[in-house]
Design a protein around this ligand. Structure first.
Ligand code: ZN
Ligand code: ZN
Length: 124
């Protein structure tokens, strides 16, 4: 089950919701898979750094760098749904530092920029 869900997630070029993945896996397996169980497994992937969550899209992507920890930044195209992944460790480290200075214990930094990707921005 986990394997089919990971495969389904890896085959998507855009961030996908638990519902999208449930549809793909249901079709591949020929029987209905509940979005709830997909959701749980996707969160497991996130917890183990195999996937990342695009919060503003309520969707998931395969982690581009499972071997290392970054506070990934996503540029989310509101027109086509693409999410462009960038890392800027100095910026996210600075944010964590700011949080820590106030006595706050940060667990996760979320930075997402919404707009239009290069393709959509230049489309007539
Ligand atoms: Zn990253
Ligand atoms: Zn776009």
């Amino acid at each position: 089950m986990r394997e089919s869900i990971f495969e389904a997630l890896a085959s998507q070029s855009r961030p996908s919701s638990a519902y999208d993945i449930a549809d793909v896996v249901s079709q591949a397996r020929g029987k209905r898979v509940a979005p709830n169980s997909v959701y749980r497994i996707l969160d497991l992937f996130v917890a183990s750094n195999l996937a990342t969550r695009v919060e503003s899209a309520n969707a998931y992507l395969v982690n581009a760098h499972p071997g290392c920890q970054h506070d990934c930044i996503f540029l989310v195209c509101t027109q086509c749904g693409r999410a462009i992944h960038v890392d800027d460790d100095s910026m996210t480290a600075h944010l964590r530092e700011q949080a820590t200075r106030t006595g706050f214990a940060p667990t996760r930094t979320v930075i997402e920029v919404q707009g239009r990707c290069d393709t959509c921005a230049t489309a007539p």
